[in-house]
Write a protein that binds this ligand. Structure first.
Ligand code: AMP
Ligand code: ZN
Length: 138
C-alpha cells in the first residue's frame, strides 16, 4: 500500500530521486538529507506504514537483518567506530516523516553526540507500576 501524499512512499518508489545505497523488493535504503554524521542512512519499506505499531510482521522481520547488512558495510566502508539504530514513533518522540523508517547512524571517535538522555531514578514501585500497565495490554 502506498500513500500518495507521503514523501517516503515516493522516495521508496523512486519517484523522487534519492542517494540510494541499497534496494530490494521490499526496502530502499537512502542517505539522510539532514545527516547527523557522515553516512547516516534511512531504511524505508516500500509499503506505507505510519510507524512501528502499524508495521506488518513480515516487513518488520526484514528490517533488522537489513540493518545488520547495512551496518556491516558501514563499519567496513566508512571505517566508523560504532553506530546507532534510531526509530522514532510519534511527534513527541521526534518523528517528522510519518512513514516508518529506521535510522542507521554511523559514529566516529570524537564525533558529535547524537543520542543522549539523562538517566532517571525510578523507584521499584514506579517500575512495577509501569510494567504492570504494559503487561496488562500484552
Ligand atoms: P524522523 O525525525 O525520525 O521522522 O526522521 C526523518 C528523517 O528524514 C530526518 O532525519 C530527515 O533529515 C530525513 N529526510 C526528510 N526528507 C528527506 C528526503 N527527501 N531525503 C532524505 N532524507 C530525508
Ligand atoms: Zn509512505
Amino acid at each position: 500500500m502506498k500513500d500518495s501524499n507521503c514523501i517516503f512512499c515516493k522516495i521508496a518508489a523512486g519517484e523522487i530521486p534519492s542517494k540510494t545505497v541499497y534496494e530490494d523488493e521490499k526496502f530502499r535504503v537512502v542517505m539522510d538529507l539532514g545527516a547527523a554524521s557522515e553516512g547516516h542512512a534511512l531504511i524505508i519499506p516500500k509499503n506505507h506504514y505510519a510507524n512501528l505499531m502499524e508495521l506488518d510482521e513480515e516487513t518488520a522481520a526484514g528490517v533488522l537483518p537489513l540493518a545488520g547488512k547495512i551496518s556491516r558495510a558501514m563499519m567496513k566502508g566508512l571505517k566508523c567506530d560504532g553506530l546507532n539504530l534510531v526509530q522514532n514513533n510519534g511527534e513527541e518522540a521526534g518523528q517528522t516523516v510519518m512513514h516508518f523508517h529506521l535510522h542507521v547512524i554511523p559514529r566516529y571517535k570524537g564525533g558529535a553526540e547524537v543520542i543522549e538522555w539523562k538517566p532517571g531514578s525510578p523507584t521499584a514501585e514506579e517500575m512495577e507500576a509501569a510494567a504492570s500497565r504494559i503487561k496488562a495490554e500484552l
